[in-house]
Design a protein around this ligand. Sequence first.
Ligand code: PLP
Length: 381
Amino acid sequence: PTHDQVLNFGAGPAKIPIEVLQTAQSELLNYDNTGMSVMELSHRGKTFGKILADAKQNLTKLLNIPDNYEILFMQGGGTTQFSAIVYNLLAAKGKPDAPVDYCVSGSWSQKASEEAKRLGANVNIVFNTKKSTGAYTSVPPQSEWKLSGSDAAYVYYCDNETVHGVEFNSIPDVDSSVPLVADMSSNILSRPFDVSKFGVIYAGAQKNIGPSGVTIVIIRKDLLTPLKSAAEIPASGLVTPQLLDFKTLADNDSLYNTPPTFAIYMSGLVFKHMLEKGGVEAYTEANDRKARKVYQVIDNSKIYKAPVATEARSRMNIPFRIYPETLEAEFLKGAEARNMVQLKGHRSVGGIRASIYNAMGEDGVDALVAYMKEFEGQHQA
Ligand code: PLP
């Protein structure tokens, strides 16, 4: 099958707009008359410098990023940020034993909280829905949260849990002196939001942006803290490794060492493409409609079931089960036969998961919905 025939519902690496891939293809052997591929350009040269500057400028436009924020392009994926956040924000707080608050609403925020613990931070669990309700299928009302207040070095949450399909429907309201940190790996650029409410936002590119290999970090400049030596910090385990240090990256415009140049270039193409399509506002309407269509089929069905509480349902990743569960393998097989791929749920939860990021068109969702209805018609109890 060709790229436009396959409907890729993968959670990440995920679908990239065909127009972007075609641009990359047309430029692959000769970028901007250099006679070189982007992959072959020096990261310190003028041509790549413009790619980097344009990517930053276009992301700034898309998210309306205020002047007092810095955009960093880092490596190591979302997982590296689990560690980087701990080091950088404890350094910014200047108190290695300050509490760090973690909202645990799914496996990614769980992993982030475990890493903070492993690094020796004083972790306070604000809530953990698996512990309190038995499953990651909701976000509790803020009245039930156990925040540390102004003592905290930061409050951490994952805006969209990719595996469990749990998404926050509003920005947490935390003490204004405490930086709010959000993992937006799987829903950045899916809806507009107020960047100024955050200390740090980060997102691996491989879901709603482009290829894997680059992580976007948006950080408020006053949180950039000079790197310290072990001698200056009693808990020397919290001395920030050089390449995880946000200030080192910021001071060097993400060019302290060789950055993932091709992934930055591809992300930049996606930013440009999104602006041409009307920016984040245009996508958010389509995303709401797309998700509504899928949940509607599930909610009107006797065989499909979405486990997540209505108000916490993700617009990006829609996990569901089919009953009896023996039908799930057959559903996936039928989907493959229709060129609908990567619909299998995460190995930790099973079932089905339809990831419908920005790059998944409404026609793709319509095709999925039609197949779901057809499948139910054939298997009604
Ligand atoms: N955070 C979220 C919300 C994710 O979905 C993922 C990966 O799927 C990660 C973090 C980890 O990202 P990476 O695989 O880039 O380390």
